[in-house]
Design a protein around this ligand. Structure first.
Ligand SMILES: Nc1ncnc2c1ncn2[C@@H]1O[C@H](COP(=O)(O)OP(=O)(O)OP(=O)(O)O)[C@@H](O)[C@H]1O
Ligand SMILES: [Mg+2]
Length: 376
């Protein structure tokens, strides 16, 4: 899939922008605070209807007393069809249109997909388990309808359990009555929880060899080893069978029955598990340098691009914001080598002009100089 053209009006620091000349690799170059990340954000709106910075509509509107409306318009092609996607922002609302008809983020997601690496992506390693679970779960939703359904059902099941536990805690239901409902939910809860763990582990196992080989390529070191561990109650569960997972969850759920009643929420299940990135046998949170963490997340992002291709026989668009910072020149070079091998359309931002040289030879790269909300 490809972004063919982009039009912006009153989008952050851009008054008007029209661009219809994107190539396979598109590099936005400029000093700090000129609008490079803003452009990437607008491209993501054109592909997915959402901001990768979690921005609200009011933040998107160009800061100028008179501005009441902002627009992103993208022409996006996939296989033989081309679609026009429009995001229209007012102060408190955003409307998405696909070919002139009202649409939604979830509808766009069924057609288009972008993989984003931005400075915030490092929080996948640095922050708590919720971000790591989300990283894999969001991807599961895209590559498998069946697995996405398991996840949705699990989320609904946990919501029901939590409602019952809360009702009992706040006296809206007797503990006896709550226990009966929870007991009746227990078989389906354990079944869905086990299936969701399997879905995550399968995804991790299929994506990790690709990430591993990319990571080795970045460091030009065949001996460096990365993997992901799935952690249930502080124990490595990546190699557990479905029966083992089921038994463990069941036993833990029995153990924490009273604690769940005391706090009024479900304390056992995949919504509490962790996914740890391991480098040379060590937890990357404590063991890796900034550059290694960055390269590892990038390797997993690129692996997502390759995995998406395996499923849909088409490459998603890769958006890379500030991907080169904290990386030395050798690392930058090997990352560029890797980008050259991937037929996906790539949009990237950099403050540095050096990176362009390599791509220029093949004429597949387009350089856009960004200065104060204008592309030169
Ligand atoms: N709603 C808005 N209206 C006007 N300007 C905005 C708005 N939101 C952000 N900006 C400004 O846009 C400018 C460019 O921001 P952007 O994040 O795109 O910079 P950048 O070129 O990526 O810089 P860096 O290299 O430091 O990452 C910033 O000065 C920012 O304050
Ligand atoms: Mg930026």
């Amino acid at each position: 899939m490809r972004l063919e053209s982009l039009k912006l009006r009153n989008f952050r620091n851009f008054i008007e922008l029209e661009c219809a000349s994107f190539l396979q690799v598109n590099m936005f170059i400029g000093k700090n605070a000129q609008g490079k990340s803003n452009i990437l954000e607008s491209i993501n709106f054109a592909l997915s209807g959402e901001s990768f910075r979690g921005a609200k509509s009011s933040e998107i509107l160009r800061r100028d007393g008179a501005v009441t409306n902002a627009v992103v318009e993208g022409s996006v092609s996939r296989l033989s069809s081309t679609d026009k996607i429009v995001c229209d922002f007012t102060n408190d609302n955003k409307q998405i249109q696909l070919n002139g008809k009202n649409s939604s983020k979830s509808k766009l997601r069924q057609k288009y997909f972008s993989v984003i690496f931005c400075p915030e992506s490092l929080s996948i390693v640095k922050n708590g388990p919720a971000e790591r679970r989300k990283f894999f779960d969001d991807f599961i939703d895209v590559i498998s309808i069946e697995k996405a359904q398991i996840r949705e059902e699990y989320v609904r099941c946990i919501a029901s359990r939590n409602r019952v536990l809360r009702n009992a805690l706040f006296g809206k239901m007797s503990h006896k009555e709550a226990r009966e409902v929870l007991d009746s939910l227990q078989p389906i809860f354990l079944q869905l929880a086990t299936k969701l763990v399997s879905a995550r582990v399968e995804t991790i196992k299929s994506i990790t060899p690709k990430a591993q080989s990319i990571f080795k390529g970045i460091f030009k070191n065949p001996n460096v080893d990365i993997s992901v561990d799935y952690v249930i109650s502080q124990q490595s569960a990546i190699a557990w069978s479905a029966n083992q997972v089921y038994d463990r969850l069941s036993a833990r759920s029995d153990d924490l029955r009273e604690a769940e009643q005391r706090v009024g929420q479900s304390l056992v299940g995949p919504h509490k598990h962790d996914v740890r990135f391991i480098v040379n046998g060590h937890d990357s949170r404590h063991y890796c340098s900034q550059g290694q963490q960055r390269a590892m997340i990038l390797a997993y992002k690129i692996a997502q691009v390759l995995q998406y291709y395996e499923v849909y026989k088409e490459y998603p668009v890769l958006l890379l914001d500030d991907v080169f910072s904290e990386l030395d020149s050798e690392r930058r070079k090997s990352i560029l080598e890797i980008f050259k091998e991937i037929p996906a359309q790539i949009f990237l931002t950099t403050t540095d002009i050096e990176e362009r040289k390599d791509f220029d030879k093949k004429k597949r790269i387009k350089i856009f100089k960004v200065k104060d909300g204008i592309i030169e």
